[in-house]
Design a protein around this ligand. Structure first.
Ligand code: FRU
Length: 504
């Protein structure tokens, strides 16, 4: 009897102490998480203040873009985690709030109700130095199954360097995306997932949902292997299993590494986009049962190196909308921009259609029309485009000319003119040296050049399916644009010109 009482007492004491230590370690965890989140918000406040200070230098700069997305000041690179949420388009982006060059990667944030007018929001993510994080690299944003906005991104630090050992982190928002907490389960993905396979430059998660499961694709390359996209599956966006190499670059393409893969269903096919440290490519094809991708079509997404690391969203109308980073464009106190929103469609032949979002028409002002003319050996002046913000849409019909289109000439006699041509002999289109394939399709008789000029940036769309984003520094000097035809004549059916209003 005594013994039993003694044991009962012992058990109660044990349960009391054990229970207490469970509760107190849970509350230790809670206060550690709270402290971690508070540090994050302090870092964000510091970064916002640094950007606000840098804004003054930017304000007087006449070369700053008018209708392309940019941070309030300083550096940006990749668009990150674009998402349509509660009636608004959110855009995050790689941002250095402390300088005009790459460094201290944070996630900037802006938002739009109509895709035409935007406003800046406070910075969303800052590196958590308290957890060994130096940079928040690129990633994505989705709404989890409980309705919680969730980001997945690549976390880089001294112990988790970009080349070998990067990890993937999550962040969540409880106030409709205004502020973000790092997920307590971080890192949510480590290289352990790959077992014996060593993956280098592992980064840039792009999440999508298929059936009840979440999938993510990440870029990188197997050690001693070519650039690839890797695919994983999860029920909750936190616990992940590695599935397969979704797709790997072929030897003849010599792509050593892939960054920023995007993978999504468009029409009846899947599209895989990646940035191989050179011009951005896409493939269209099928997503197979074994979690591999079969490519039926490989092509350039944009014909210029000034376009890089695109990212995309699907909006409430089911439209796939994409933005790329415009690189090598800088001014006083700023460096970098994003392209206009491009609507992507799957064409019958398995190539991509791309056109500017129709909402951009909201920015049109002061419409001018130039009526039909034949272009022969003498270029026809159409507009001064010095430091301007304009859309110029010209529709042509081929004649005897070998090439036709537009040409930009600067007052500077020594500077070369900039051709923007459809070359019928070589079957290419593009701006200057930035050329890619283009041919008229069966039944197509006209070539539409849609040119978005914003200070030194020219974004060209041809027949809603070929794109070329080019930085032309000479446009910040006196420049004019002409219609031109070489080696014969061509018809220009119409030219429409608009001034473009600011998106801010
Ligand atoms: C692409 C990229 C990504 C990376 C990010 C870092 O431009 O190199 O692969 O996540 O930039 O800023």
């Amino acid at each position: 009897m005594e013994m039993q009482r003694f044991l009962r007492l012992g058990l109660s004491v044990f349960l009391f102490i054990f229970g207490f230590s469970v509760i107190s370690s849970a509350s230790d965890d809670q206060s550690e998480i709270k402290a971690h989140n508070e540090i994050h918000q302090r870092e964000i406040a510091k970064a916002n203040a640094a950007v606000a200070l840098a804004k003054k230098a930017v304000e007087g700069d006449a070369t700053r873009l008018v209708y392309h997305l940019q941070p309030p000041a300083l550096w940006n690179n990749d668009p990150n985690g674009p998402i349509y949420y509660k009636g608004e388009y959110h855009m995050f982006y790689q941002h250095n709030p402390y300088g005009e060059n790459w460094g201290h990667m944070h996630w900037g944030h802006m938002v739009s109700k109509d895709l035409a007018h935007w406003r800046h929001l406070p910075i969303a993510l800052a590196p958590s130095k308290d957890k060994g994080e130096d940079h928040c690299f690129s990633g994505c944003c989705v709404i989890d199954d409980k309705g919680v906005p969730t980001m997945l991104y690549t976390s880089i630090g001294p112990k988790t360097p970009a080349g070998d050992g990067a990890v993937q982190w999550a962040a969540i928002s409880h106030d409709d995306m205004l502020t973000w907490d790092k997920h307590p389960a971080n890192p949510v993905m480590t290289e352990k997932l790959h077992g014996d396979m060593k993956v280098l430059d592992w980064r840039d998660p792009f999440v999508f949902k298929k059936g009840k499961d979440w999938f993510v694709v990440l870029g990188g390359h197997p050690k001693d292997g070519r650039g690839a996209a890797f695919v994983y599956r999860s029920k909750n966006l936190v616990d992940w299993e590695y599935l397969n190499i979704l797709y790997q670059s072929k030897a003849e393409h010599n792509e050593k590494n892939w960054e920023c893969p995007n993978f999504f269903k468009l029409g009846d096919k899947y599209t895989l986009i990646y940035s191989p440290h050179s011009r951005v490519m896409y493939h269209t094809g099928s997503f197979n049962e074994d979690f591999t991708f079969t490519s039926g079509n490989r092509a350039l997404l944009d014909y210029s190196n000034n376009f890089y690391a695109p990212n995309c969203l699907e909006d409430a109308q089911g439209r796939r909308i994409m933005w790329g980073w415009i690189r090598d464009i800088k001014g006083k106190g700023w460096n970098g921009a994003m392209t206009l929103p491009r609507i992507m469609t799957m064409l019958k032949d398995g190539s991509l259609g791309m056109k500017p979002a129709p909402e951009l028409k909201e920015l049109h002002r002061n419409h001018r029309i130039i009526s039909a003319r034949k272009i022969a050996s003498t270029p026809i002046y159409i507009e001064s485009i010095e430091q301007c913000a304009k859309e110029i849409t010209a529709v042509f019909e081929p004649g005897s000319a070998d090439s036709f289109g537009l040409v930009i000439k600067t007052i500077d006699e020594k500077a070369a003119s900039v051709p923007i041509l459809f070359d019928l002999k070589n079957k290419t289109v593009g701006i200057e040296k930035n050329q890619g394939p283009f041919e008229l399709l069966d039944g197509e008789t006209q070539v539409k050049f849609q040119l978005f000029i914003d200070k030194a940036v020219v974004e060209l769309y041809v027949n809603d399916r070929a794109c070329c984003t080019t930085v032309i520094p000479a446009l910040n000097q006196s420049s004019v644009i002409y219609l031109t035809a070489n080696g014969g004549s061509a018809m220009c059916k119409s030219v429409d010109i608009w001034d473009m209003a600011s998106i801010w």
